[in-house]
Design a protein around this ligand. Sequence first.
Ligand SMILES: Nc1ncnc2c1ncn2[C@@H]1O[C@H](COP(=O)(O)OP(=O)(O)OP(=O)(O)O)[C@@H](O)[C@H]1O
Length: 749
Amino acid sequence: MSLANDLINDESVNHQLMDMDMTLAQTTTTEKVQELSDSELQTMSVYLRVRPFSKEELGNCEDQECVVIENEQTVTLNAPKGSASMKSSEKGIGLSIHKFSFTQIFGPDTSQAKLYEETVQSQMSDFLNGNNALIFSYGVTNAGKTYTIQGSPKDPGILPRVLDATFQHIRGQQYEEMDVKPYLRNDAQFLTSEQVKQEKNVKAAVFASCKEDSDTFRGSLGDALSFRSRSSSCSSFNESVITDSTVRSEGGQFALWVAFFEIYNECVYDLLQPSLCCKSKKRAVLRVCDDGAGNAYVDQHHEFERSQQNTAIRNKNRSLAATKMNQCSSRSHSIFTMKLLKIDNDAVKSISEFSLCDLAGSERCNKTKTFGERLKEAANINNSLLILGKCITALRNNQGDRLKSCIPFRESKLTKLFQSFFCGKGKASMIVNINQCASTYDETLHVMKFSAVAKQVVQVIPEKSALSPCLFEELLDDEDEADVSLMPQNELLSVIESLKIKLLAERRKNLVQEMEIRKEMGDAMMQQIIESEELRSREIEELKESYQEKLENTFEMYKEAIKEHAYQSAMRNLEDDYELMRRLESVEGRGRSFETTDQWTQTSSDRETEAADDRCKRLCKEKSALETMCESKQQLIMSLEKSLKDLTAGHQWLTNSLSEKTQEAETLRREAEDMSKSLEDVLLQNIEKDKEIESLKEQLERQSVVKTSPVQLKPKRGLLANIKEAVTSPRNSCSPARSLRKNAKAAKR
Ligand SMILES: Nc1ncnc2c1ncn2[C@@H]1O[C@H](COP(=O)(O)OP(=O)(O)OP(=O)(O)O)[C@@H](O)[C@H]1O
C-alpha cells in the first residue's frame, strides 16, 4: 500500500508540481492535438465511491468524520487523532486536511443502479459502438471494490449490469454459429468444423460446471457474480442502453465471447475453468501472449450466449482469504473481459472489448497481520499496484515532456494487459473505493493521492478508423522524424549526443528511483519480519514460562508419587517378608514331616515323587533365598538392637543421673525447710521472751507498789525462780520456753 506514498511524499509540493505539470501537459498536448483531427483528448475519468459504515465499524467508533463530501466533485479528508498524517502535521511536516477532486463522487447512499448509469453507461455505449473500454476499481482492502464490480445477488454491481445491457443490445441479432472466435488481441479468426466442435465441448463443460456450482452454492459469496435473471424485478438498467441514442443499431449479427481470469502471485489463472478439473489437478497457468504489435492478451475466451445469461458464473475459483481487515478479501486481481464481434455478410466488421477489473486491495502488511503465504500475496499485490502507479505517473509525466520516459508496462502482468488502454486503444476509467474508517485513514489518504495522479493522465481516444496500437506515441515519433530530416548532419550528431546523454540521465534516474522503491519495500518487509520475530520471541518466552510452570508442577506430582510408591513398596516388602517367613516355617515343618514319614515315600507314585522333588527343590531354593534374606534381616536387626542397646544405656545413664540430682534437690529442699523452721522457732522464742520480760516488768512494778501499800502480798517464789532461770540461761532446752509460754498464757487468763 505504500504505493502512493512512494509516488508522492509531500502533498502540497506535489500539488504544485501537478499543477505545473498539468499546465505544461495541457499546452504541449493542445499543440499536438490540434493535429489530431479525428481524435478525442481527455483526462482519465476517476470516480470516487465512499462506502457506508458497517454496524461493527460504528460500534468501534470508526466514524470520526474523516471523509467529508463537499460537493459532487470535491471531497475533504480530515486526519483523525493518532493517525500518522496527524502526527506528521503536528510536527509541521504535512497537512492534516487534504482536498481532492474527482470526475464524480458517489456517497454512501448511492445505489448500484445510479453508479452504473453515471459511470459505466458512456463506456458501455462506446463498447457497443465498437470501441474498447476498461474499468478498474482501486482502493484499500475492505473498501468495497468487489461490491462495486460484482455486487450482491440482490443488488448487482457493474459487471452483471454490463452483461445485461449487452444482451439487451444484441437481442435478436446473436450470431448462432460458433465459427468466429477472437484471435490475438484485436483480431478474429474463422474456425474449422472440428474446432467448432471442440469449442462447443469446452463451452458445455464450462457452463455445466458453473451451473452446478451455482446450484450448490447458491446464496454464498460467489452469487455476487450471478448474472441477473431476466425475470428480476430490477429493470431500470435494461432500458438505459436501449434508449441510448448514441448506440448505433445497424444490421449484422453479434457474437459475444468472454474470458474471466485472475492474476494471483503474478500467475494468470482461468476462473471459468471447470471446477472438477481444479479439484484433482493444479490449476493451469495461462500465458500472457503478445500479438506482435506490442499488445498483450490472454487467449482463453469462451463463447457466450443469451441462454447463459441466467447461468451463474461464480468466482469461487478466485483466490480469497480472510485478512484481519476483510473476512473475504480478494487476494488477486480479477479481470472479466467481453469481446463483441460484429459480423456482417460473413465478415467481421468490428471487434470491441470491455474489461472490468477488480484489483486486489492495497494494504499495509502489518495492519492486515499478514504472514507466510498472505505476506507473499501482499508483496505481489503491492508490487503490481506499485508498477501500475509507476506507469500512471510516467504517463502523466510524459505529457509534459518531449523526451518521453519509458513506461514500465512490461514489469507486471496487470500493466501488460492494461497497456493498450493507456496507449490510446480504448478508454480507461477508474473507480476509487474508500471506506470512512479512522483506523485506515492513512491508507485511504495514499489511495486518494494516487488517484489525484491518475486523474491527470491525458488519454488520446482515437476514432476507430484511425486506430493504431499506440497512436499518441506514433504521432510524436513521426513529428520528430520530420524535424530531423531537415537538419544538417553535424547538428544531427549533436542532437544524437544530447539524446544519448539525456537517455543515460533518464536511465540513471529510473535506476535510482527503482532502487529507492525497492529499498523502501525491503525496509517495509524487514520491519515486518522484525515485528513478527519480536512477536514470535515474546510468544516463545511466554510458552517457556508456562512450560516451566507445568514442568515444576509435574515434578512435584512425580515427587509425591515416588514418595507414595516408596511407602507402598516398603509396606509390600514388609508383607512379603512376613509371608516368606511364614512359608519358610511351614516348609521347615513339612520337611521335618517328610523325613519322619517313611510310609509316604513308599506309597507315592513316581510322578508324585518327581513333582515332590521339584517342589522340594523349589522350596529349598526359596528356603535358601529366605535364609539369605533372613540373615541380612538378622544382621539389620542386630545392628538395630545394638543401636537400641546403646540408646537404652544412654537413657539409663540419663535416668540415673536425673534421679541423683532429684535426690540432691530433695535433700537441699529439706535442709532449707528445717532451717526455715528453726528460724521461725527462734523468732517465736524471741517474741515470747519479749512478752515474758514485759509481764515480768509489770509484776515488778506491781510488787514495788505492794511494798509501799499497807496490804502485804504473799510473794510467788516459783515464778521468780523461773524468771531468773530463763534470763540467766536462755539457751536452755525448750522446756523453760514452754513453761514461759504457759506462764504467759496463765498471765493472760
Ligand atoms: N456501497 C456499499 N454498500 C453496502 N455495503 C458495502 C458497500 N461497499 C462495500 N460494502 C460491504 O463492505 C464489505 C467489504 O467490501 P468488499 O469485499 O467489496 O471490499 P474490497 O475492497 O473488495 O476488499 P478486498 O480488497 O479485501 O477484497 C462487504 O461486506 C460489502 O458487502
